[in-house]
Unconditional design. Sequence first.
Length: 134
Amino acid sequence: MIQQTLSIIKPDAVERNLSEDIKKKFLENKLKIIKIKKIQITKDEASEFYKVHQSKPFYEKLCSYLSSGPIVVMILEGENAIQENRRIMGATDPKNAEEGTIRKEYGISIDKNSVHGSDSPDNAKKEIDFFFKN
Ligand code: CMP
C-alpha cells in the first residue's frame, strides 16, 4: 500500500550538515520526497507536536531540543512508507540501532537521534497536517 509519512531531520543532524546524506538514505530505499522545507519552530509548537509524550519524564527536554535550531521536515511517500521510514531510521536509541540505519550512522544519543518519523497511519496524517496544512 502506498502511504505518506512525516520525517524530521532534527537540529543535531541539520547542524552537522547531514541533511543531504539523510535524504539520500530515503531515496536509495525507494521513498520519494513529496514536500520539504527547512524551518525553526518555537518551544510551544514543539510541545504541541510532541504532545503524545506529555506525560513522559523527557517531554520538557525533548521540546526544548526540537526547537533549539533549524529542522528539515519532509513528506515521504512510498510502499509501506510508515514502516519503511522506521526501518531506515533504526531504533530510537542509536546504541540499539542496526548497522546501515540513519540513527546508527549519525545519531549521537537517544535525545540527539538525528531523525523523527511518524509511528502509525493516524499520527502520520496528524504530523503531516501539523507542518504542511495550507
Ligand atoms: P522521536 O522518534 O522523535 O520521538 C520522541 C523522542 O523522544 C525520541 O525520538 C527520542 O529522541 C526522545 N527520547 C528521549 N528519551 C527517550 C526515552 N527514554 N524513550 C523514548 N524516546 C526518548
